[in-house]
Design a protein around this ligand. Structure first.
Ligand SMILES: Nc1ncnc2c1ncn2[C@@H]1O[C@H](COP(=O)(O)OP(=O)(O)O)[C@@H](O)[C@H]1O
Ligand SMILES: [Mg+2]
Length: 298
């Protein structure tokens, strides 16, 4: 995977509601505004949040005649057969097909995974070049990474999910000698400083050393994320006062800034091909007098 230039970003965490789908969608839209070609796959066949997000965006853009970037998107159909084996085979084939289709065409492939362990979740993880794990900012949620001593905050034992990632890494190494860059990002951080938040941060520091992952600055808890979902918009889209019922708020601009910082922290590679394409598009836009098209909205 990714050998002909498509870099695979998997968003995973074995827990629902940690912000995987929101993060996957924001990463996709942000990278498109940067001028990259982006494809996405929704591996969560039960909830299909990412797929719904993509649909909402297309409908909204059409209804309001908006020129918005859209990712090439794939999703799995709800399973039809009663046989688990047969379903697994079908899912696997679909997944493989989607990957073959985007390979070389997309600069980035973003894979959203469900909050439970399936063979497809495992497969997706072993194909990751970059793994992003959003984590709710609470001591309880640390359990997804490691079981932590409640008093000292020291990691005692790897969690089920951390073991899944470790296996994916081993597998990946044996397939093509590559490793998975794993980044954990705290999500829905409370604006109020608390003892618990401090403890999470300190424990994460220790956990990251043990598990071989990096910790990125987090994303704050913001109402805006919930209000954008029905429109399929993200904090990166140009905001129309009329359409969204208000000017971009401070909270909105800060959310952009936080996601930008997250992408920086990911240290994603830019292929020569993508860099040349983006430079050419920029030059073209400048000569046409609209230099802003391939820059992200400030
Ligand atoms: N930073 C945030 N601030 C506020 N709400 C958030 C934030 N990130 C995600 N949410 C909300 O949390 C819920 C779960 O997010 P989602 O991305 O669907 O999680 P997952 O895919 O891990 O189940 C959604 O309602 C989403 O709008
Ligand atoms: Mg989800």
């Amino acid at each position: 995977m990714g050998r002909s230039g498509t870099h695979v970003i998997v968003v995973g965490n074995e827990k629902g509601g940690s912000g995987k789908s929101t993060t996957a969608f924001h990463l996709a839209v942000y990278l498109m505004y940067q001028g990259f070609r982006v494809a996405s796959i929704d591996v969560d066949s039960r909830q299909q949040t990412l797929t719904q997000y993509v649909r909402n965006r297309r409908k909204w853009a059409q209804a309001h005649d908006l020129q918005l970037p859209h990712a090439m998107h794939f999703h799995l159909p709800p399973s039809k057969s009663d046989s688990i084996k047969e379903n697994q085979r079908l899912e696997f084939d679909l997944f493989r097909q989607a990957i073959i289709e985007v390979e070389g065409d997309a600069d980035f492939l973003i894979v959203d995974t469900p909050g439970f362990d399936t063979h497809l979740t495992r497969l997706a993880h072993s194909l990751a070049d970059t793994l992003v794990t959003p984590l709710n900012d609470s001591v309880i949620d640390l359990d997804v990474m490691a079981h932590v001593d409640p008093v000292t905050g020291d990691p005692r034992e790897m969690s089920h999910y951390a073991r899944l990632v470790q296996r994916a890494r081993t597998e990946r190494l044996s397939i093509d000698g590559r490793t998975i860059d794993w980044i954990v990002v705290r999500n829905r951080i409370s604006m109020l400083p608390s003892r618990s938040a401090k403890m999470v941060l300190a424990a994460l520091d220790k956990i990251s050393v043990r598990l071989g992952c990096r910790v990125a600055d987090g994303i704050a808890e913001r109402v805006i994320f919930r209000s954008l979902f029905p429109t399929g918009m993200t904090v990166f889209d140009p905001l129309d006062e009329e359409l969204l019922g208000g000017l971009p708020s401070m909270s909105h601009l800060s959310a952009r800034q936080e996601y930008r910082q997250l992408v920086e922290a990911l240290r994603l590679p830019v292929s020569d091909k993508a860099a040349a394409r983006i430079a050419a598009a920029k030059a073209l836009a400048e000569s046409a007098g609209s230099a802003t098209k391939f820059e992200h909205m400030a």
